[in-house]
Design a protein around this ligand. Structure first.
Ligand code: GLN
Length: 315
């Protein structure tokens, strides 16, 4: 007897109900992860926080859980820093940073020495530091080029969380080391302290699960900000950012994310995973406890189940 086919995913499902079901089935997975060491007064230090949000291109938003609680954007900002740099210098950026997955942790130094100070991609720390160096060169207001972009995408001004910023500054030795190594190869042009300061300020911008889902929509909409109708990136460049997110956005777990979710994502150590589904949504899941690769445990499981329930894989 032929095996019975798997139930067809539902593209017209009641999205609120699907989000609630996904949250119920996955949030407990946070229990097995660990929260990244950070100031205890930040909500991202609370292991039971969980938010899930979908932002449709027409502006309709669906959220569940702690979707309106603020946390530091952390590595998810690398998507917006890359976008800001591409707007300023275009694909010349890739003369200084590669487009290959690293297969190593996000803050690893190892490949950099072998590869003469050229980071594998813009989503590992080394790559993001080069992007910051490019912003310092090409933008009148390098912080504003990214924060202003994020503000336009979300529809409200981006602000820095002072507590997160202090913690980032204190914990920046490895980023300083990465910066100095690249500087010794001539791939960082500004003083390393300046480059790292820009990077940690960007990592400390406050976002919520809902605002990240909203901010991701331009990548689902051929580079256009659905809030304003303005082109953020050309359609080919928006595709390229998506390609980099799919292959490099979740560190050395990007292959597994592509396999399970099938749409581009970017994660950060405060527990957010932001993604986009071409022509449909921006999406974000947030749960602070991380797995051994630094990705949100429950966030990843939530997006995996959401992808199955709503047929979100583009592959
Ligand atoms: N601030 C963190 C760092 O650079 C961001 C890293 C991350 O979210 N993976 O170490």
């Amino acid at each position: 007897m032929a095996p019975s086919p798997a139930p067809a995913p539902d593209r017209t499902a009641d999205l609120e109900a699907v989000l609630a079901e996904v949250a119920e089935q996955t949030r407990h997975l946070a229990e097995e992860g660990r929260v990244q060491e950070q100031p205890e007064e930040l909500p991202s230090a609370e292991p039971t926080r969980f938010g899930l949000a979908l932002a449709e291109l027409d502006g309709t938003e669906h959220v569940t859980g702690d979707a309106d609680v603020g946390f530091a954007i952390q590595s998810v900002v690398k998507v917006f820093a890359l976008t800001a740099a591409l707007r300023l210098v275009g694909e010349d950026l890739f003369e200084r940073v590669g487009r290959e997955p690293s297969g190593d942790p996000f803050n690893s130094l190892i490949q950099l020495e072998h590869e003469k100070g050229v980071p594998r991609n813009p989503f590992i720390n080394a790559g993001a530091l080069v992007v910051c160096d490019v912003l310092l060169e090409a933008a009148d207001d390098p912080y504003g080029a990214v924060a202003g972009l994020l503000g336009d995408l979300v529809g409200e001004e981006a602000t820095v969380d002072r507590t997160a910023l202090e913690a980032e500054r204190e914990g920046s030795s490895l980023n300083q080391a990465i910066g100095h190594l690249m500087s010794s190869f001539g791939n960082v042009h500004h003083p390393v302290e300046e480059v790292v300061e820009l990077y940690v300020r960007l990592c400390s911008i406050t976002v919520t699960t809902r605002t990240l889902a909203r901010a991701a929509r331009f990548l689902a909409d051929d580079g256009v900000n659905p809030l304003t109708g303005a082109a953020v990136l050309s359609e080919p460049l928006a595709r390229r950012v998506n390609a980099l997110m799919l292959t490099c956005g979740t560190y050395d777990a990007a292959g597994q994310f592509a396999y399970d979710l099938g749409f581009p994502c970017k994660s950060g150590v405060a527990g957010a995973v932001m993604g986009d589904v071409t022509g449909r949504f921006g999406v974000c899941a947030w749960s602070p406890p991380l797995d051994e690769k630094g990705n949100s445990r429950a966030g990843r499981a939530a997006l995996h189940l959401l992808s199955e329930r709503l047929d979100l894989s583009l592959l």
